[in-house]
Design a protein around this ligand. Structure first.
Ligand SMILES: [Fe+2]
Length: 288
């Protein structure tokens, strides 16, 4: 490690900048340990002024676990399928206005899978002229502040998750094919989980991919997912990340929810690389 990196807060609730590391170069063990510890304490960690191609992004990502291919094939990088483009630029160079709406409701990624991702990364290559941020919510803090009646109702309970199902109706424009529906049955995760690294209890609700809870009536379950998600995403638990070209942001998929703010000038170009990393160990523990 060449000099000790430093941390600088970016937001009140979440968001920490790590200064002094060039992620395009090989990361030695001491540097990775520093990053890993910083990330455990700060589930949104930002490295600014980076310049990595898809292969370099994967080299860094592999320190944390195994990058996985995303369900949507059309966004995959042609040479590195475990890297996807998060972009509103169509292959012919025009602006894809539908892409501006993509992922603009609160969610954690891939909770419709049996195995949950551990973390994900976004690396900004082109950013909008203003706004166009990504928002993150601290689900550890949200659980700690959760009203006791809700805590008692969902702690120890199992959430029911399914791809593109949930009160946010965030993908209402996307028609799931029969093949996709059959490949993505309902999955079950703790409604409050014990974080595998920090052991903290984490509120694990997801209005974009969660239909309810085992043992709670369907309508009430969906309403609870919506109401608890609204509670968890109040300003006091959230951070709005303003992107700069070169930002490489990593976030904890268990300890946070996120969404695109969807507030950029619609014709501004945006290109990011994204990869999602799965850990070796599953399943996750219930918090109580
Ligand atoms: Fe996402």
């Amino acid at each position: 490690m060449n000099g000790t990196p430093e941390l600088r807060p970016l937001g009140n609730a979440l968001g920490m900048e790590a200064i002094g590391i060039d992620l395009s170069k090989p990361i030695d063990d001491a540097t990775f340990r520093w990053i890993d510890e910083a990330f455990a304490a700060n589930p949104v960690l930002v490295f600014r002024n980076q310049n990595l191609d898809a292969a370099q992004l994967l080299t860094f990502a592999q320190h944390f676990g195994a990058p996985q291919e995303h369900i949507l094939k059309k966004y995959r990088h042609p040479d590195h399928p475990t890297v996807s483009y998060i972009s509103n630029v169509a292959p012919d160079g025009s602006i894809d206005l539908v892409a501006n709406e993509r992922a603009t409701a609160w969610h954690a990624d891939e909770t419709y899978n049996e195995k949950l991702p551990r973390l994900a990364m976004l690396h900004a290559k082109e950013v909008t002229s203003e706004k166009g941020g990504t928002m993150f919510a601290d689900m550890r803090a949200a659980y700690a502040a959760l009203p006791e009646a809700w805590k008692a109702k969902i702690t120890g309970r199992t959430g029911t998750h399914r791809w593109l199902a949930g009160p946010a109706r965030s993908w209402a424009f996307y028609r799931v094919t029969q093949e996709e529906a059959m490949a993505n049955p309902e999955r079950y995760h703790p409604a409050v989980l014990r974080h595998p690294v920090t052991s903290q209890p984490v509120l694990f609700v997801n209005p974009s991919h969660q239909t309810g809870f085992i043992g709670i009536d369907l309508e009430e379950g969906e309403r609870l997912v919506a109401e608890i998600s609204d509670f968890a995403t109040q300003d006091r638990f959230t951070y709005y990340h303003r992107w700069q070209v070169g930002d490489l942001l990593i976030w904890d998929e268990l300890a946070t929810m996120h969404k695109g703010a969807g507030d950029a000038p619609p014709l501004d170009r945006r290109i990011m690389l994204r990869t999602i990393i799965h850990p070796e160990t599953q399943p996750l523990a219930y918090a109580a």
